[in-house]
Design a protein around this ligand. Structure first.
Ligand SMILES: C[S@@+](CC[C@H](N)C(=O)[O-])C[C@H]1O[C@@H](n2cnc3c(N)ncnc32)[C@H](O)[C@@H]1O
Length: 286
């Protein structure tokens, strides 16, 4: 049995995630969350789960597996598990074409049709950078078009990133690429200058709600229809069949004539979905 060090951590942890335990986890991850986890990712999963094993002061992967699949584990460990298995890379103004299109095409069209309150959903929003970028675009547009208001929804399966999104606190580095004028307007520097952190302004957080939503759920716990849905850089983790199902479910919550944005490395070629392609990665509901 490995030794426990003075911090209560498992020291010199030599155990491996066995192929059969990996398979149990990867089958579960795929069936419940749609995330493909081929054998090549075994070492990656092993590394990610180690963090939880240490925190729980367990001594092996099989102990963690038995706990995770027990009724107690399913109740208490699921959110932590999701936080370690998901890849949450994101950025402010990531794939800027979509924000340009939102500001120059979608919002003017919406206002021209007499729209008053635009509803936008960032599905798989990660730690909130995508959501706050949308909020910046909307706030800037509303300065020139004060008749418009908005509501924004962000959803994800990782409670860690949802927490971060709720707080809206980021490293200063993460806003380096944002124009100075927007930085000054929408971000507050930490009072403790050693911290190099910024917080989004309360203005940017207005009209935003965040919640857990698994895109694999048969039915989404959403009652509204959205005018725009961002579902970017998450489809890539699903296989094609799952992608098609997810997009069709999203379309049920997209208003007629509404727009769907997907990530630049994602594709919907030859899928049977009620959308027309406007330009690469931008689709309109027909
Ligand atoms: C790479 S991030 C993309 C974030 C953001 N949309 C962007 O493009 O910058 C992918 C996010 O998808 C989330 N995710 C993975 N599987 C999911 C699922 N089945 N349902 C909802 N969110 C999921 C992850 O937790 C992660 O935060």
């Amino acid at each position: 049995m490995p030794a426990i060090n003075t911090n209560g951590e498992v020291d010199c942890f030599k155990a491996e995630l066995s192929l059969s335990d990996f398979k149990t986890f990867s089958d579960y991850i795929y069936s419940e969350f749609g995330i493909k986890m081929p054998e090549i990712k075994r070492i990656m999963l092993q590394g990610r789960l180690l963090k939880r094993i240490r925190e729980l002061k367990m001594t092996s992967y099989s102990e963690y597996k038995n706990y995770f699949f027990s009724p107690e584990g399913q109740k208490n460990e699921l959110y932590n598990f999701l936080s370690v298995i998901t890849t949450n890379k994101t950025d402010f103004f990531r794939e800027p074409v979509h924000f340009d299109f939102l500001s120059k095409e979608v919002l003017p069209q919406f206002v021209a049709k007499g729209g008053r309150n635009i509803k936008i959903w960032s599905a798989a929003c990660s730690s909130g950078e995508e959501l706050y970028t949308i909020s910046i675009v909307l706030n800037e547009f509303i300065e020139r078009n004060p008749q418009l208001s908005f509501s924004l929804l962000g959803t994800d399966i990782s409670s860690n990133v949802l927490d971060k999104a709720v707080h809206g606190v980021y490293g200063e580095k993460s806003i380096e690429g944002i124009p100075l004028m927007l930085k000054k307007k929408y971000f507050l520097k930490s009072k403790d200058r050693k911290k190099a952190m910024v917080r989004v302004t309360p203005q940017l957080q207005k009209n935003i709600s965040l919640k857990y939503l698994n895109l694999m759920d048969a039915v989404y716990d959403i009652t509204e229809k959205y005018d725009v849905i961002f579902c970017r850089n998450v489809l890539i983790y699903f296989d094609r069949e799952t992608q098609e199902k997810v997009i069709n479910k999203l379309c049920r919550h997209l208003a007629d004539g509404g727009y769907l944005f997907i990530g630049h490395s994602e594709s919907m070629a030859n899928m049977s979905v009620p959308l027309t392609n406007i330009q690469p990665t931008i689709f309109k509901k027909i």
